[in-house]
Structures are given as structure tokens and as C-alpha cells.
Design a protein. Structure first.
Lengths: 147, 132
């Protein structure tokens, strides 16, 4: 578990972009999978997150039109429940992995780094559980006449 | 890289992509911190219309809508810059054209933000009572 992660820096002016070597990347192990995950989830989030933001916050009066009835109607369609749940899961993992990478850069003391990472992981897991339960158990028929 | 005279007294440290690297981090942190709050406020929908509508009315405040415009900009910048990063990573030859590609990705972001800002500014001014 306690693999010493290499320190990350901003793109270097010496190597990085020159020639065909491209940017630095992890050479193996967990950090390589993390690197790959960020890119693949990033591509999916490009659709899920940008789409969500445009639909919910920009088009068609944006968040002004959002209320209980709006959510109840929207979540009658399993497509949107699935979209929202996939967005929840990918955004949480992508975001918290991003935080972990940033913590590697700024929190040097191992004990504190572990504590800060754990705080993010626990927060992320709690929100994953909360969001999952709500997305899949929400039943507006408990409140008749609201849709 | 030797320091040029014009570099003295600037924040530019000579690394290509320094500013987009920093903006990518800042926008990423901003979005994940908002997401923490947003999962909780959406979860309130499970407690019924009264609770949820009270919580969601926070988003109908003009100042919060101003922050919301910032959130949309952050998501969009992070997404477009992320695409640029992937282009350089998976097609290293493109790094030879780093400057025009960086310029193009910034340009796409700015162009997309123009209609978005106009649309959202309408809602903000409405909430603030400036226009009806």
C-alpha cells in the first residue's frame, strides 16, 4: 500500500514537450492505472458532466426551473437516473483521485498526508452511498400531486 | 533555460503550459468541492418537496447564480483543457504544435463562454430584480 509516489511537477521546460517523447507519465503500477483512469473517465465525463451542466444550469432557464416536481418528473425516466448515478460515481473517483495527486505535491509529512487522503476517501465513500441510495430509492409517489 | 531579461519580475517560470496546468488544478479542486455540497443538497430530494424546495431556493439567489456561472466555466475549462492534455499524451507528435493547440483550446473555451455568459447573465439579472 505505502508505495512511495514520485514527486510530480509542472511540465518541465527541459524535456516534457520537446521532440516526440511527449509528456512525462508513470511507468507502471498503481500510478499508471490512475493515469489511465483519469483520461478514460475524463472522456466519459466530458459527455456526462458537460452535458449535465449545460442541461441543468444553462439551457431552458437553467436551475431556475429546478424544484421537487422537476426532479420527480426527470427521475421517472431510468435513463436520467442512470446518467446521474454514473456521473456521481465517475466524478467522485476522478475528483478524489485528483485531490490525492495534489496532496502528494503539497503535503510532505507522511502522517498528515495519510490523514488528509483518508478524510477525502471517507467523504467520497459516504457521498457515494448517500447519492446511490437517493438515486435508486427515490419514490415521489410518497408525496402525491407533486409531479 | 536561461533567464531572459523580460522574465525578471514576472510570475512566468519558463515551463510550457504553466498557466493551464495551474488553472486545471484550480478548476478541478473547485468542481470537486462543489460536488461534495451538491450531492448532499440533491439527496434532500428524498425528504420530500418542502425540504428540497427550501434547499434548492438557495440556487435561485442572484449571488449564488454568479458563483454558478463560475462553476460552469470551471467545468468547461477543465473539460477542454483535459482534451488538450489527452491529445498531447496519446499523440505525442502534436506536442510540436503545442502553442497553436493551446491557443485553440483557450479559444474554444472563450467562444463557448460567450453565449453561456449571455444566457446565464439573463437569469442572474432576473433574480436580482434588474430585469423582469
Amino acid at each position: 500500500m505505502a508505495v512511495q509516489a514520485p514527486e510530480r511537477r509542472p511540465p518541465s521546460s527541459q524535456g516534457g514537450f520537446q521532440g516526440l517523447r511527449g509528456r512525462e507519465r508513470p511507468t507502471g503500477g498503481f500510478e499508471l492505472w490512475s493515469w489511465l483512469f483519469m483520461r478514460i473517465s475524463g472522456l466519459v465525463l466530458l459527455i456526462l458532466a458537460v452535458g449535465h451542466v449545460l442541461i441543468m444550469h444553462v439551457l431552458d432557464d437553467g436551475v431556475q426551473r429546478v424544484n421537487f416536481g422537476f426532479v420527480a418528473t426527470r427521475w421517472q425516466n431510468p435513463f436520467w437516473r442512470t446518467w446521474d448515478w454514473a456521473l456521481l460515481v465517475l466524478a467522485l473517483i476522478h475528483g478524489i483521485n485528483g485531490l490525492r495527486v495534489i496532496v502528494q505535491d503539497y503535503v510532505k509529512w507522511p502522517g498528515l498526508r495519510f490523514a488528509v487522503d483518508m478524510a477525502f476517501y471517507i467523504t467520497g465513500f459516504a457521498l457515494f452511498v448517500l447519492g446511490t441510495v437517493v438515486v435508486f430509492t427515490f419514490d415521489p409517489s410518497q408525496w402525491p400531486g407533486t409531479t | 533555460m536561461a533567464k531572459r531579461k523580460s522574465d525578471v519580475g514576472t510570475l512566468y517560470k519558463g515551463s510550457p503550459g504553466q498557466w493551464s496546468w495551474l488553472l486545471h488544478r484550480i478548476t478541478g479542486v473547485a468542481v470537486i468541492l462543489f460536488l461534495f455540497a451538491h450531492v448532499v443538497d440533491t439527496a434532500v430530494v428524498g425528504w420530500g418537496p418542502e425540504a428540497y424546495n427550501r434547499v434548492i431556493s438557495v440556487y435561485h439567489n442572484w449571488f449564488v447564480q454568479l458563483l454558478e456561472l463560475g462553476l460552469v466555466a470551471a467545468v468547461l475549462y477543465h473539460a477542454i483543457n483535459g482534451l488538450k492534455i489527452m491529445l498531447f499524451d496519446f499523440w505525442p507528435a502534436s506536442a510540436r504544435h503545442m502553442k497553436p493547440i493551446a491557443l485553440a483550446s483557450t479559444g474554444i473555451f472563450v467562444l463557448a463562454m460567450i453565449p453561456i455568459t449571455i444566457i446565464m447573465a439573463n437569469g442572474i439579472l432576473e433574480s436580482a430584480g434588474v430585469i423582469s
